[in-house]
Design a binder for this molecule. Sequence first.
Ligand code: MN
Length: 470
Amino acid sequence: MNRPGSNLGVLDTRFRAALRRLIEAARLRTYAPEVDVDLEIAAIMKRLDGGPALMFTGVRGFALPVVGNLLCCRENCEAAFGLDYRGIRELVTRALGNPLPPELVREAPVQECVETQDIDLGRLLPVLRHTPEDPGRFITAGIVVVRDPATGIHNASYHRLQLIGARRTAVRLDYGRHLRGIFERARARGEPLPVAVCIGADLALQYTAATMGSQMPESADELAVAGGLAGRPLKVVRGVSQDILVPAESEIVIEGRMLPNETVLEGPFGEFIGILSAAEQAPPLEVTAVTHRRAPIYHAINGYGRETVMLRKYVLEASLLKVLQAASPIVTDAEMTAGGLHRFHAVVAVRKASTQHEGLQRNVMAAAFGALKDLDLVIVVDDDIDIRDPADVEYALATRLEASRDLIVIPGARSHEMVKATRDGVRGKLGIDATVPFAERDRYRRLSFQPTSADWNDTASGDAALRWLD
Ligand code: MN
């Protein structure tokens, strides 16, 4: 059988297996000095953002370490999965097409320790306060797992949880998120919604939880999608205090229920676009148990940090490529760029092979805007441009773009509500055609040099050059 990703086999995507691979690849560093959960850890994560993952081992007042900047860059993602970025994108494609139902087990590492009495979340877990403008401490790497009371389908998604009491948090529910719809259905029945919040989760579950409505139909059971991503079923165990399936190998699980009849003030919070979000009413989560491994590791994500946006990069690229390659034969690759927060800007590479292909690069722009609502800028280049090198993409703009002819603006389209340049989420979209007209390709041909296998390993220190300077 030759289906997408089937050559990837079974992957060990468990949290600790990923940490081990990061350590082996020198992509995890420990930070031993004493640090505080109030502002200090988040500040260090921000300062060292985009580099190796960090494990803070000296968290003041807590025995457990905090892991930050985990999947914050391509090098960390590749080390954590043990695959290059192409393989990671293939995993996402495989997950969407080949779900594997979870496997129910009786004993789970995450239930080695069970706390149900005298729970005080703020004392139990090193939950961070991230920026001085945040009103309190937020759990940010918690994956909320619920079962839709109407359909029985499981949903898994990231939601930030603000601590508002010893055993209470607020649950941020953005519009369009599946959890919001599921909670509304439970509320319409007057029922609380059982939830399991997983911290330190299997990477397959992390990537599944990072998919959004446009990539993942609500009918997909996301515990099964996570199994499809890893190529083996996700192990789950029954909750100790709620009728809910809990991913068995998580570091920490908070069990509880979202209450149907009250709301609490949530936020403001430093958001992924670097701007404070507004405080809003949100449903409360009442905690009924905290279960964890004997020596658990706490995972934290900076709201305004690279891990937040990197979590969606390969998911978005995989779904964008799926749409573009189905729509047009000329698309060879796509990159959601760092400056565009891996969400708002894409560079698409195309290969025009005949005069019949001329113009398709502009159809591709239209397809891209249709595929991802938040995409506001699409640059199309020929496939001799390295779309992962911003300087080479700019070279295409500098030498192949004719601005009076090659800029396409779609006014009044739907974008992301948090982008301040929109009007309530409505904004013009920009397409830039930086491809060479097919008929003129000879005139634009780039110079090439003789092929060579030499690289930096063939060179030595400059000291040997000193004798030529005497
Ligand atoms: Mn969902």
